[in-house]
Design a protein around this ligand. Structure first.
Ligand code: HEM
Ligand SMILES: [Cu+2]
Length: 578
C-alpha cells in the first residue's frame, strides 16, 4: 500500500502543487547537467587540449581524456539546449507557474488538471529523448542550439543523435504548448470573485503573458523542427540548397527566419516570469505598493506584443536587405523602452521603502543588476553597424548569459527562496542563502563580464581553440580567469544544495502560513502545508496584491492587508489561515 500511495501521490497526481514540485526537481537535475557541460566548455577555453580532470578518462577515452573539436561542438550545443528547454523553462515556468498561479488567483487547481500532469510527463519524455541522443554512435547533436542547416542536415551532422535531439525539441514543444493553454485558460476562467485583471499579482501576469508567447511561438519552432526532420529522413529539401540539393532545392535562410520568429520571443518567454516575480518581491520587501503598477503591467503587455517584431536583429549579417535591417534595428530600440520602464518602476518602488534584505529580496535585487547589464549591452547589439563587428563573438555569449542565464537563474532562486515555506513547509537557512546569493552574483558578473571582454577583443564564439589564432593568443589569461570564476560559481551552488538538504533533514518546520507578512492569496487564504483544493472557501477578493500602508500600523499593528480581507473584520495579528 505504501508503494501504491507513493505512486498515486507523487507520480500520477494531478494536484497542481505536486505537478509544480515535479517540474522543479526535473528542472534542477537538468540544471546540474547543463552546468556540468558549461564547466567542460570553460575547461577547454582555459586549458585547450588538456585532459579533463576526474571525468575525462571516463567520458572521452578515445581522445585521451581531453575534448576534441567535434566533442566541443556537441558540448556547447547540448549545454545551450539543456539549459533553455530542459532546465530553466521547467523551473521558472513549469514549477512556479503551476505552483503559484492557481493559489494566487484563488483557484482550486489548474483548469485541466489531467492535461497538466500529462504536460509534465511529456516533458520527461523529451528529457529522456535528449539523454538518449548522447548514446548515438556518432554522438549527440552538434549543430548549435540554433540547429541551423546546412550544419544540422544529414550532410552537416550525420547520425541519429542530431535527429533524436530535434525530436526531443518537438516533444518538448508539445509539453510547453499544452502547459501554456492550460495556464491561459486557468487565468481567464478561474479567477476568484473580485480578482480583476489589475488585482492580479505580477507573478501571475508574467506567467500568463509568457504562456501567450509560448502557445504563439513554440509551434513555429515545432514546425521548423518537423521540416528539418523531414529533410533529414524523408528526402525533402525545405532547407537544403547548393551542391547537396537536387533540382534547385530549398533555402537554409528560411530556417533561420522560422527559428528566430520563435527564438527572440523565447528570450521574453524566459524573462517575463522573472519580471513578474521581481515586481512582486520588490514591493513586498520594500513594504510599499509596486510603483505605477498598471504601467508595469502595460509595459509587460507591450513587450509581449512587440516581441514577435524584432527577431531580425539576429539576422543582421545573414543577408537581410539594408532597409529591413534598419527597420528591425528601430523596432529593437523601441522594445527596449517598456523594458526600461519596468526597471525604473522597480527602483521607484524600492526608493524610500522600508527595505528588508531577506534572501528573496537579495536575489531580486541581483536580477535588477544583471538584467540592467544585459539589457544595456543588448542595446549595443541591436545597433546594426556595431553588430556587424560583434556578431558571433563571445560578446554576444556574455550578453545573452547576463539575461538568459544570470537574470533567469537569480529570479528562479528568488522564487525558490520566497515560496519555499509554502512549497515544503520548511525554512531555508538565511545565512547559507546570503552566502549563496552573494557568491553567485559576483561570480556570474565575472564569468559573463569576462566573456564579453573576450568577445569585444574579437574572440569568436563556438571556437574549440581560440589560441590557434595569433591575434587571440593574448586572451588566454583572461579566459583562464573567466574559467576560474566559472568553476567557483559551480562550487558555490553546493551552498544551495546543502541548504535544501539541510532544510529537509533537520530544518525548522514552517508553521506560520504567512512568514513574509504579505497580502497575496497564497499567503493569506491558504494554510501551510496547502491541502488538496487549496482553500476552505473560495476567497472574495477586495483589493490589489500590494496593499501596504504604514498608516495601518497604528490601528492594526501591521502594515499590510490581505487581498481578500475585509477592513471591518481585520484583526491585529498577521492574516494567514492557521
Ligand atoms: C552556469 C553558468 C554558465 C556558464 C559558465 C556558461 C558558459 C557557456 C559557454 C562557455 C558557452 C559556449 C561558448 C562558445 O564556445 O560558443 C555557452 C553557450 C551557451 N549557453 Fe551557457 N553557460 C552557463 C549557463 C547557461 C544558462 C543558464 C543558459 C540558458 C538559460 C545558457 C545558455 C547557453 C546557450 C543558448 C549557449 C549557446 C550554445 C550555442 O552556441 O549553440 N547557459 N555557455
Ligand atoms: Cu532577439
Amino acid at each position: 500500500m505504501i508503494a501504491g500511495s507513493f505512486f498515486s501521490r507523487y507520480i500520477v497526481s494531478t494536484d497542481h502543487k505536486t505537478v509544480g514540485k515535479q517540474y522543479l526537481w526535473a528542472g534542477l537535475v537538468f540544471l546540474a547537467l547543463g552546468g556540468f557541460l558549461a564547466m567542460l566548455l570553460r575547461w577547454q577555453l582555459a586549458f585547450p587540449g588538456a585532459r579533463v580532470p576526474l571525468v575525462g578518462g571516463l567520458l572521452f577515452p578515445e581522445s585521451g581524456g581531453a575534448l576534441s573539436p567535434d566533442v566541443y561542438a556537441k558540448v556547447f550545443t547540448t549545454h545551450g539546449l539543456v539549459m533553455i528547454f530542459f532546465a530553466i523553462t521547467p523551473v521558472l515556468i513549469g514549477a512556479f507557474g503551476n505552483f503559484v498561479v492557481p493559489l494566487q488567483i484563488g483557484a482550486r487547481d489548474m483548469a485541466f488538471p489531467r492535461l497538466n500532469a500529462a504536460s509534465f510527463w511529456i516533458l520527461v519524455a523529451s528529457q529522456l529523448l535528449a539523454l538518449a541522443s548522447f548514446l548515438a554512435p556518432l554522438g549527440t547533436a552538434s549543430a548549435g542550439w540554433t540547429s541551423y542547416p546546412p550544419l544540422s542536415t544529414n550532410v552537416g551532422t550525420p547520425g541519429w543523435g542530431q535527429s533524436v535531439m530535434v525530436l526531443a525539441l518537438l516533444v518538448n514543444g508539445f509539453s510547453t504548448v499544452l502547459g501554456g493553454v492550460n495556464l491561459i485558460t486557468t487565468v481567464i476562467r478561474l479567477r476568484a470573485p473580485g480578482m480583476g485583471w489589475l488585482r492580479l499579482p505580477a507573478t501571475t501576469w508574467g506567467m500568463f503573458l509568457t504562456s501567450i508567447l509560448n502557445v504563439t511561438f513554440v509551434p513555429v519552432l515545432g514546425s521548423a523542427a518537423l521540416l528539418l526532420l523531414l529533410d533529414r529522413h524523408l528526402g525533402t529539401q525545405f532547407f537544403i540548397a547548393g551542391a547537396s540539393a537536387r533540382a534547385g532545392g530549398g533555402d537554409p535562410i528560411a530556417y533561420q527566419h522560422l527559428f528566430w520568429i520563435f527564438g527572440h520571443p523565447e528570450v521574453y518567454i524566459l524573462i517575463l516570469p522573472a519580471w513578474g516575480v521581481v515586481t512582486d518581491i520588490v514591493s513586498f520587501f520594500s513594504r510599499k505598493p509596486a510603483f505605477a503598477y498598471p504601467l508595469t503591467v502595460g509595459a509587460m503587455i507591450a513587450v509581449t506584443a512587440l516581441s514577435g517584431l524584432v527577431y531580425g536583429h539576429h539576422m543582421f549579417v545573414a543577408g537581410l536587405g539594408p532597409m529591413l535591417g534598419q527597420a528591425f534595428m528601430a523596432l529593437t530600440l523601441v522594445i527596449s523602452i517598456p523594458s526600461a520602464v519596468i526597471a525604473l518602476n522597480w527602483l521607484q518602488t524600492i526608493w524610500r521603502g522600508s527595505v528588508r534584505l531577506d534572501s528573496p529580496m537579495l536575489y531580486a535585487l541581483g536580477v535588477i543588476i544583471v538584467f540592467g547589464m544585459g539589457g544595456l549591452t543588448g542595446v549595443l547589439l541591436g545597433d546594426l553597424s556595431l553588430d556587424v563587428y560583434l556578431h558571433d563573438t563571445m560578446f554576444v555569449v556574455g550578453h545573452f548569459h547576463l539575461i538568459m542565464a544570470s537574470a533567469t537563474f537569480l529570479a528562479s532562486f528568488a522564487a525558490i527562496h520566497f515560496w519555499f515555506p509554502k512549497l515544503f513547509a520548511r525554512r531555508l537557512d538565511e545565512n547559507l542563502a546570503r552566502a549563496h546569493f552573494s557568491s553567485s552574483l559576483v561570480l556570474l558578473i565575472l564569468v559573463f563580464g569576462g566573456q564579453m571582454l573576450a568577445g569585444y577583443s574579437g574572440q569568436p564564439r563556438r571556437l574549440f581553440d581560440p589560441y590557434q589564432y595569433e591575434f587571440l593568443k593574448p586572451l588566454l589569461p583572461l579566459n583562464r580567469w573567466t574559467s576560474y570564476a566559472a568553476f567557483a560559481l559551480a562550487t558555490a551552488q553546493l551552498l544551495f544544495v546543502w541548504n535544501v538538504v539541510r532544510a529537509f533533514w533537520r530544518g525548522a518546520r514552517e508553521t506560520d502560513p504567512n512568514p513574509w507578512r504579505v497580502g497575496t492569496l497564497e499567503w493569506t487564504c491558504a494554510p501551510t502545508p496547502v491541502p488538496v483544493e487549496n482553500f476552505a472557501e473560495v476567497p472574495q477578493v477586495q483589493r490589489g496584491p500590494h496593499a501596504f500602508d504604514a498608516a495601518l500600523q497604528a490601528s492594526l499593528g501591521r502594515d499590510f492587508l490581505g487581498q481578500a480581507e475585509l477592513v471591518s473584520e481585520a484583526k491585529p495579528q498577521s492574516v494567514g489561515v492557521k
